[in-house]
Design a protein around this ligand. Sequence first.
Ligand SMILES: [Mg+2]
Length: 368
Amino acid sequence: MKIERIEAIPYSIPYAKPLKFASGQVTEADHVLIRVHTDEGIVGTADTPPRPYTYGETQDSIVSVVTKIFAPAVVGLDPMDRQKIHAILSRTIHNQTAKGGLDIALWDIIGQAANAPVSSLLGGYTDAMDVSHMLGFQPAQKLLDEALRFRSDYGINTFKLKVGRRPLALDIEACHVLREGLGQDTELYLDANRGWTANEAMEVLRQTDGLGLSLLEEPCDAKEAMSRRRLVDKSPIPVVGDESVPTAGDVSRELLSGGCNAISIKTARSGFTEAQQILGLCTGLGVDVVMGNQIDTQIGTVATVTFGAAHEATSRRAGELSNFLDMSDDLLAEPLVIKDGKISVRQVPGVGAAIDEAKLAQYRQDNK
Ligand SMILES: [Mg+2]
């Protein structure tokens, strides 16, 4: 089997409810759909979400690097030869989601060729993942209303609260209101997207002591090495690296230097191949992982479930899988369902990301 051509299709779908957080705001899913075509008619599909404020990639840059740099170098290769392809992709630095999308599309081809779900090929640990829902910036009472609604509508009982605001009292109040309103049996954790200094994060930990928060993600910029290490050392809960650790090399550096002691794995920026390398590092060192969300569409979420359910360590915690609910529409032909707080692995060959072609025609940006 040979890679015949690669499409990178820019598309845009508005959010019904924009997500606001410390490092940015998302009002439209202006993503790129990657399709890797083979000479045997099998097509691998993946979604790439540009996050300009986090990784510097844009919709245009993803289309450009995929079609002008990566595609010419890998067309003609066998999609099974992932290491050969990765050796070529890694000659170009950064461009994490472009590389991640290509990797997932290759795995989708391999699963379809083997007539097996990719989740089984990756590890086959379980057939569903618990869902964690992400709460963006809103007044405390609105946050609680949303959490209660998601708990009753979808059975979701784990919530990640976006924090990193100033004055700190805004987020501290939100933590107290959520804990009081949700009770002790709901998992609550924080993600500051580098919005605070390490000392501010320490102050928030002091003022939320006793609330049973489980994780603190990216409290400050990991480059502020000295204060960050002090925070990680003193924090009573694990400090999760997210945007500071997009690659396996970054994960090694941050864990070994004490910049974090838990890791967010995101298939959108690691693909499945590097995500497995990251997972191996974490399990080898005894470090907790959480399956993170790159504000994914349903296509991206299918990929996260595929990887997360495949391994014991990634399915232990609830994965961040519900952001697609805030979108006004999606490209996936068969919509995802959250039931009893879980999303099931698709028991179909490949990743299970069949596209609704009419919707793609409606939302694509390259035919206007
Ligand atoms: Mg994060």
